[in-house]
Design a protein around this ligand. Structure first.
Ligand code: ZN
Length: 112
């Protein structure tokens, strides 16, 4: 399926922004990923700047889609779509870094 067909199909399924109701324009729909049976498209709203990420599957009886509202832009979705999921250890590591930074700053204030 060509990229033009994908965006036209996507626009038939989702016509307007769920956040503000403004109609999507075909130039604001980007194909993020495409396979034989499905495609991932990003709708960018020109009015409120929110994005809608939608996976559309071609089935024998027609098109089926699901979508989530996000603040990610199409380029950011491309960047993170193949990333590993965030684990509990990742969260603990960030917490420890933030906590260490906070203690370090407090020590700095006390000593200066
Ligand atoms: Zn909007």
């Amino acid at each position: 399926m060509s990229k033009k067909n994908i965006t036209e199909y996507a626009l038939k399924l989702i016509k307007n922004c769920p956040a503000c109701g403004v109609d999507y324009k075909i130039e604001n729909i980007n194909t993020v990923e495409e396979n034989d049976e499905d495609f991932l498209v990003c709708f960018s709203c020109s009015a409120c700047q929110s994005s809608l990420l939608s996976r559309v599957m071609t089935m024998p009886f027609g098109l089926v889609g699901s979508a989530i509202l996000t603040d990610l832009k199409a380029e950011e979705i491309n960047k993170f779509k193949d990333s590993e999921p965030v684990t509990a250890n990742d969260v603990l590591s960030i917490y420890e870094r933030l906590e260490f930074g906070r203690k370090k700053n407090n020590n700095y204030k006390i000593n200066s």
